[in-house]
Ligand binder design. Sequence first.
Ligand code: ADP
Ligand code: ADP
Length: 237
Amino acid sequence: MIEFKNVSLVYPNGHEGLKNIDLTINRGEFVVIVGMSGAGKSTLIRSINRMVTPTSGELIVDNEDILKLKERNLRKLRTNVGMIFQSYNIVKRISVLRNVLAGRLGHTGTLRSLLGMFPQSDLKLAMSNLERVGIEEKAYIRASNLSGGQQQRVSIARALTQQPKVILADEPVASLDPPTSHKVMKDLKRVSKEDGLTTIVNLHFIDMAMEYADRIIGLRNGELVFDGPIEEVTELT
Ligand code: ADP
Ligand code: ADP
């Protein structure tokens, strides 16, 4: 599903964000990337939807080398790849449902979405995804009235409503307290598996990674230093 072939990324200031990454992630895997702050986790994840662009190598997503895509041709990729951020990135002054419907923008076309019109099927899909993350009763309230955990559930529902093949989650629980973090990770894993999505999550706590990952990838200074199932993780330390 996703294949990094000797991928490197040098930032304009000369800093090497990723160094010669070789990595294959299979369809349906739930992969967690661990590493200290500055290890390159964000850079790696953001390469997969071209929020950042590696400077060499090949990066295959769904049978296409996305490093060859021109900036103007990124819409299909971004629709295929849902993104979840630490800071939720939801629009607080509009309703929860409108936030979730934003997941359809890549499908619906700009004019219709500018007019705020979505097909009935999109509404049904958005509502069912809110239900899957347990906040359907919040659909019509302003997103600003939600707790952090609820806001992150909105962003999960939005990503699902996009009907992507891949979900990238960049430190999705770093702003949440431990009990809420676990609930959100559980929900994320469950819905990913239900939809057969390939999911890549950055976390900076190894114990959390061990609990949810099918497979763990370790990064240090932009280099891949570990790749394996959780049973082998003792080698990491
Ligand atoms: P992590 O997500 O593991 O904390 P990042 O991928 O955010 O790591 O960053 C990896 C390294 O690249 C860090 O040293 C960071 O300071 C550096 N970096 C990130 N973005 C840029 C940028 N735009 N320009 C230069 N260096 C950057
Ligand atoms: P986070 O990893 O949570 O996004 P950071 O503070 O690492 O937070 O990065 C915030 C923004 O600054 C990101 O867009 C990142 O690419 C950029 N950035 C990080 N480190 C550097 C750096 N050394 N030089 C330039 N930009 C950077």
